[in-house]
Design a protein around this ligand. Sequence first.
Ligand SMILES: [Zn+2]
Ligand SMILES: [Zn+2]
Length: 274
Amino acid sequence: MVVNPADVMTKIAREPRLQLAYLKKLFERNEGDEYADQMVSLLAEYDRPQLLPFLRKSKHYHTNRALEICSHRKYDDERVFLLVKSGNRREALNVMVQQQNRLDKAIDLCREHEDDELWSLLVNEVVSSRSPANISQLLATAGTSIDPLGIIEKIPEDLEIPGLRDLLVKILRDYETQVMLQWCCHSATLDDVRGMSDLFYKQANRATHYGQRSVCAICRSKLFLEEKREELQLFGCGHAVHSRCFEEKTRRDSHLGTIPSKDCPVCAEEDGMN
Ligand SMILES: [Zn+2]
Ligand SMILES: [Zn+2]
């Protein structure tokens, strides 16, 4: 017998806990997507630990409705998740700093989205909180992601921050390490390029052998014809052609409207195909 979930839900409409248990079973079987909104309110009411995992997993609830429920109940973790999901990062940052006092999470959020506006919002929030501990934490953990001078300029003059000098020294050291690292990468790349170009010129300078069996790369007949002294065009790539074939090809190309070139015709054709 097939049981219709809608019938079950109507039958147990006065038993929310039962509804919750039934919906959990339904979702375990990847069914019941149409009850996602109801599931959010039931979880918020009776089983909060399962609410955030459900919000992360399901794609079928209405974010705005869920946000309303979580804001009303002051469920800040869930609120932050939904705010970020709906693209409202500023508000999420605000909840993290003002309500949750979770600077570490706020810094993670800014890092994750690499959003300059978000960073400056965070700096303003932290500085206006006038909490030396928060300012130190921001400098210590985000010193290399944002301009530390920007933070220092904003700190009120009458506010004392313990350990500020050491913090600044640490930030400068971190910067130094970063610059050093970039410099090393740069010089390693230059070395590679130099090595490759040396190899290239060495190989390009090698002799190329043209013998009795060598053929013209255009007409495919022998380069050195016994009955006729041919003039040749030899290219650095190793291809060789009769001057006469080369001139003919140049003439043909200009008839076809192609710009005649002095480069190897075989390699030029291969380049054109790639
Ligand atoms: Zn030829
Ligand atoms: Zn060639």
